[in-house]
Design a protein around this ligand. Structure first.
Ligand code: ATP
Length: 370
């Protein structure tokens, strides 16, 4: 997107700070289904915040409540300190970018971007200036005369972004804006969206069911399930310290081991494992595949504990890494190794059927709850 020249436009926003959007005990049901089941949430001014969760968990409902397209059954929503009860969508300091772009097909790019400004009754000269700023912001200068049908998916999404941003919302709501695009374009637009958000300082609330998107783009994220927030935090916090099995499974992949307290740490189906902290009750241990270190059976690490002997049952080559499906007795483990040059110290490759030693570092064994 654009060259970020010093064109006129909204002022740069402040850095992430005070709470701009607040939800207190928000509930919303459709028929008998609780789409939102008591949500408390604070989104800070200037942050890129993602709502992540499986289909039907209530993400879109939450956005629609913020935008004013739906009304909560209970609870309160505040934006910039103002109670939003009874405030219609057009009076809220928010704008939405939809997954399907929702552009006006009979209007040019310029007409689409200018529409909201004209509705507000801005003078023509100001409309022109702001539209030019927005076109440049999303790198669409030169395409202003085209109709949506004459644009690629990525270009349409940029028009939708420009149309929303030109109105200078305090909060931009983005409902799976990248999901209709092909994988490569999605990755490019991800980076551009992040740059755009930093550049403008506008608070972004981004809905996605794509865990990688949420991890890469967000300052903070919330994982939702069945109308509730399961965990909220920095991407690495939530990834490295998932609270429960649902979060650990939804955000990336994990190995799980049932565990009982033991004087040395935990008793598990793969033996006694040392942990960072003592275990007080039966629990589940989670370890990410990339945290398991693999060694040839005859050439293990100097550490004597947390070693599990296993056999390679399957190897999946993904280009950047090798994924080893392993079996130790009745237990299956998944471990990833980086596909490094084999000359590099520590680089190893293993074969089907080979016996290996898996080292499960205590600091990476996370206690989670069902
Ligand atoms: P997706 O990723 O599939 O868009 P989501 O997390 O955004 O899912 P919502 O669209 O918020 O989920 O829906 C939450 C629940 O509320 C679902 O069970 C859905 O069927 C229901 N729901 C949402 N909107 C309505 C509606 N207008 N009428 C009836 N049920 C609805």
């Amino acid at each position: 997107m654009g060259l970020w020249l010093s064109a006129p436009g909204p002022k740069l926003g402040p850095v992430a700070g005070d709470a701009l959007v607040r939800l207190f005990g928000v509930r919303k049901s459709f028929g008998g289904v609780a789409a939102l089941d008591g949500v408390d949430l604070e989104v800070r001014r200037g942050e890129f915040f993602s709502l992540l969760g499986p289909s039907g968990c209530g993400k879109t409902t939450l956005l629609r409540l913020l935008a004013g397209f739906e009304t909560p059954d209970a609870g309160r929503i505040e934006i910039a300190g103002r109670d939003m009860a009874g405030v219609p969508p057009y009076d809220r300091p928010v704008n939405t970018v939809f997954q399907n772009y929702a552009l006006f097909p009979h209007m040019t790019v310029e007409g689409n971007i200018a529409f909201g400004l004209r509705m507000k009754g801005l003078p023509q000269a100001e409309v022109r200036q702001k539209v030019a700023w927005a076109l440049e912001l999303v790198d669409l200068l030169g395409l202003e005369g085209r109709y949506p049908r004459e644009l690629s998916g990525g270009q349409r999404q940029r028009v939708a972004l420009a149309r929303a941003l030109v109105l200078e919302p305090l909060v931009l709501l983005l409902d799976e804006p990248l999901s209709a695009l092909d994988a490569r374009l999605r990755q490019e637009l991800r980076v551009e969206l992040m740059q755009l958000q930093r550049r403008l300082g506008t608070t972004f609330i981004f809905v996605t069911h794509d865990q990688e998107e949420a991890l890469v783009m967000s300052d903070r994220l919330a994982v939702m399930r069945a109308g509730r927030i399961e965990q909220l935090g920095l991407p690495d916090e939530v990834y490295e310290r998932p609270k429960n099995r649902f979060v650990a499974e939804f955000l990336g992949r994990s190995n799980f081991l049932p565990a009982r307290p033991h004087s040395l740490g935990a008793e598990t189906p793969v033996g006694i494992l040392r942990l960072r902290e003592p275990l007080s009750q039966e629990a589940l241990l989670a370890i990410r595949p990339e945290k398991i270190r693999l060694y040839p059976a005859g050439n293990g690490p100097s550490a004597r504990e947390n070693l599990v002997r296993a056999k390679v049952e399957e190897i999946v080559y993904t280009g950047a890494e090798n994924q080893y499906y392993l079996r130790s007795g009745e237990v299956r483990l998944l471990a990833y190794t980086l596909n490094q040059d084999l000359q590099e110290p520590g680089a190893e490759e293993f074969a089907y059927g080979e016996e290996v030693l898996c080292y499960l570092p205590p600091e990476n064994l996370v206690v989670v709850h069902g």
